[in-house]
Design a protein. Structure first.
Length: 522
């Protein structure tokens, strides 16, 4: 009996302890709604629009909220115009947050503090959006403003969350390129629009950057837009044209990564980055060819330097001498191909000559077929182009007899080589007619991002893309306003926005044995 009484007492104690523990836990009462409201500012000092604020180092902004808050990522979220080199330090006591500046403020200046979404409530993380405070260290508060928008150069879609930077008009683009900080900073909203308030009158340069590293400086690889005209602020100014932002590639120090030279004088250099139109390669008159990260120099017996102007220099005497690789075919037509009049063949070294009589072509009926011409491509010395009437729907086999091609240095392929392919029937292909009243270039892009065809637009005559395989394509137009035959991208040093460009958002579906028509009008 005593045992049962002891068990009963212990059980009661256990239940009581659970109840006490449960009551001591802090939590959200069951059945309560989720807090979706942002914190509310109850009191702030200095007051918005205050004047004659003390400039001394160690001054502070004090903000009291209606609930407990937290401050997250202040360094990346806070925008201060003019900039504070040391930013703000913050501390919290109950529901009041104090932000202290450790720089001496400039006299007679309007300061604008934009806190982004740094302030959030404790319970649900709701952010206080568009939290802005402006005050003046003088007796006048600047009240001018400028508004505008930032869009993608190709799609015209709004660019949200990008920083808009304002500089004095006298600053050089070179100084901005090297990291000069802006005078005023803003951020675009979800619609790509921005508004900079509390500005003094003046003349300004304006640019926009993605600023992924949050340092107020354009870094290669970040999106970039520049407004070419100097903007005069003497009231409220609205930019009539949007800033057109373009993705940029990372700039890197360019150098020769690896090099070799065979016994016949062919130099192969692997580059750290592809050669661009702005690059200059000096090889003392020797012939060169480059493709992406590969550069070939046909040096003969001369001794010289390869100079990647302004970047790197490679002396021929320092290039590793290697045994010549076997001269061979690298690529030819295979499977089903689209073209019915040309076939292309690529080899492992630049070519010196071809002998068309040693290119033997037979049809699927084992009949020998005469070729129209055989020649080395003008732009690619590794490539042979064969022209002929490759009838649609038929199969072909081309045999290359030794001596048919001669590589640089007089080398030949030792054995006969054969290539087999067939040509799509006309009914398996489709055509696309594009009516476009623009100047410049029109690109047809496959679903994998590869540029299938590119054609020059002239006299607003439109474009015909013939013999396309079935699939989904996209059209991209790039303008050529300066008439140099190229599309100019955004250029910070020249302070130039990109030439007009556009990607047609509606994709084009090509079906077999169909002629498709697309109108792309202004």
């Amino acid at each position: 009996m005593k045992l049962f009484e002891d068990i009963f007492v212990l059980t009661q104690a256990f239940v009581v302890s659970i109840i006490i523990t449960s009551c001591a836990q802090v939590g959200t009462p069951s059945g309560g709604g989720v807090d979706t409201e942002a914190p509310i500012v109850l009191e702030i000092s200095p007051k918005p629009g205050a004047t004659n604020v003390i400039c001394d180092r160690g001054g502070a902004i004090s903000v009291t909220f209606d609930e407990y808050v937290n401050v997250k990522s202040l360094n990346s979220q806070l925008l201060v115009s003019p900039l504070l080199p040391q930013g703000l330090q913050w501390s919290m006591k109950r529901k009041t947050v104090t932000f202290v500046w450790n720089d001496e403020l400039q006299a007679d200046k309007t300061y604008v503090f934009q806190f982004g979404d740094a302030v959030v409530d404790i319970r649900e993380g709701n952010s206080l959006d568009n939290f802005v405070l402006a005050f003046s260290t003088g007796d006048h508060l600047d009240s001018l403003s400028i508004s505008g928008s930032v869009v993608d150069v190709f799609t015209a879609e709004p660019k949200s969350g990008v920083r808009v930077l304002m500089y004095d008009s006298v600053i050089s683009p070179d100084s901005i390129f090297k990291g000069a900080k802006p005078k005023f900073v803003g951020t675009t909203n979800e619609s790509g629009e921005f508004l900079l308030n509390y500005l003094p009158s003046g003349r300004y340069k304006i640019m926009a950057i993605e600023d992924n590293d949050r340092n107020y400086v354009w870094t290669s690889g970040e999106g970039l837009a520049v407004f070419e005209e100097v903007v005069v602020v003497d009231g409220h100014v609205t930019l009539e044209m949007p800033l057109r932002m373009q993705p940029t590639s990372e700039l890197a120090v360019k150098y020769f990564e690896k090099s070799s030279r065979d016994s016949l004088g062919l130099v192969h250099v692997i580059l750290s980055a592809p050669i661009e139109l702005s690059d200059k390669i000096d090889v003392s008159g020797n012939r060169i060819f480059y493709d992406n990260e590969n550069l070939w120099v046909l040096s003969g017996e001369s001794s010289s330097d390869v100079v990647w102007c302004g970047n790197d220099t490679l002396n021929f005497q320092e290039i590793e001498l290697i045994q010549m690789e076997t001269f061979r075919e690298v690529k030819g037509p295979e499977g089903k191909v689209v073209s019915s009049n040309i076939a292309e063949f690529t080899f492992s070294r630049p070519l010196e000559s071809v002998a068309d009589s040693l290119f033997i072509l037979i049809t699927e009926d084992s009949l020998e077929m005469f070729l129209d011409s055989v020649y080395i491509d003008d732009l690619d010395p590794f490539k042979v182009v064969v022209e002929g009437n490759f009838t649609r729907g038929n199969s072909f086999e081309l045999t290359l007899v030794p001596g048919g091609v001669v590589g640089y240095g007089g080398v030949q392929i030792s054995d006969s080589t054969s290539f087999k392919w067939s040509v799509f029937e006309k009914k398996s292909l489709g055509d696309l007619s594009v009516k476009i009243e623009k100047e410049g270039w029109l690109e047809l892009i496959a679903s994998n991002g590869e540029v299938v065809k590119k054609q020059r637009l002239q006299n607003k005559e439109g474009v015909e893309f013939k013999n396309l395989t079935q699939g989904t394509y996209q059209l991209k137009w790039t303008g050529d306003t300066d008439g140099d035959g190229l599309w100019r991208s955004v250029d910070l040093l020249q302070w130039k926005s990109p030439e007009p460009a556009e990607i047609m958002l509606e994709k084009v579906k090509i079906k077999s044995d169909w002629s498709h028509e697309v109108q792309w009008l202004n």
